[in-house]
Write a protein that binds this ligand. Structure first.
Ligand SMILES: [Zn+2]
Length: 258
């Protein structure tokens, strides 16, 4: 039993499946992936994404507008809460701050969008999916200012230092590792993955991006999440099956699917 806590199924490359989405989903099931969270990045693509996963009961969804999606329709608190009332919805996001491309620019709009998502999560009592890149201090500060600890959530595709992980953990957040943790140059990140407590650990693919070693550079999909479990097992001295088990338990607890 493996759970992919973060993927974008509407963006997965289906070439190897002759463009047949169902075959990709079957390949995931055959790889032992019993559940996945399909994460929204904007409202424009949300309806098609939601329709795509409708036949698959093992797919949970979130609603949110990614911080890098500049110029997208701004989500209102009301719109987010309304879409989150969907029984298949388990979270608000992904949201957060991304200063990778916009360093030095005014990102007031990102911060306002981020605050709206936190308010929506508090309004509907659902956890947050947080993306943070080159903005760790501001991300933690805004989480604190907006009372995000009340709902908690996950710091997804974690690539920051232990200090940031610790601050997230202190706010009640979980920490999710993607294929990046398997990359050769990610020794520091593996050290963070070693330290996160068992009951706060999650794994993800972030498909179609960031395929884990030995598939690095190729299209990613949920069936590859086992490689992340293996790598984390290695650094923590756990069997990959044990990593699969605790991360699945954590997922079901955080997203209230237990
Ligand atoms: Zn994502």
């Amino acid at each position: 039993m493996l759970i992919d806590s973060h993927c974008h199924l509407d963006r997965v490359d289906l070439k190897r499946y002759d463009e047949d989405f169902d075959r990709m989903m079957q390949a995931s099931a055959e790889a032992g992936v019993t559940r996945m969270l399909c994460v929204s990045i904007d409202l424009e693509h949300y309806p098609a994404m939601r329709e795509l996963v409708e036949p698959y009961a093992q797919v949970d969804v979130s609603v949110g507008v990614h911080p890098s999606e500049e110029g997208r329709r701004e989500p209102s608190l009301e719109a987010l809460v309304e879409l989150a009332a969907d029984p298949r919805n388990v979270a608000i996001g992904e949201t957060g701050l991304d200063c990778y491309r916009s360093s030095g620019e005014d990102i007031g709009w990102q911060q306002a969008r981020f605050r709206t998502h936190i308010a929506a999560a508090r309004a509907c009592g659902k956890p947050l999916i947080i993306h943070t890149r080159n903005a760790r201090e501001d991300t933690i500060r805004i989480l604190k200012e907006e009372g995000a600890a009340e709902v908690g959530g996950v710091l997804h595709c974690f690539t920051e230092d232990w200090e940031t992980a610790k601050q997230g953990l202190d706010l009640g957040f979980y920490v999710s590792f993607s294929g990046i943790v398997t990359f050769k140059n990610a020794a520091e990140l593996r050290e963070v993955a070693r330290q996160v407590p068992n009951d706060r650990l999650l794994i993800e693919t972030d498909s179609p991006y960031l395929a884990p070693v030995p598939h690095r550079g190729k299209p990613n999909e949920p069936r590859l999440v086992g490689h992340v479990a293996e790598c984390i097992g290695e650094v923590r001295g756990m069997a990959p099956e044990a990593v699969a088990e605790v991360t699945a338990e954590n997922y079901l607890r955080l997203f209230r699917r237990a």
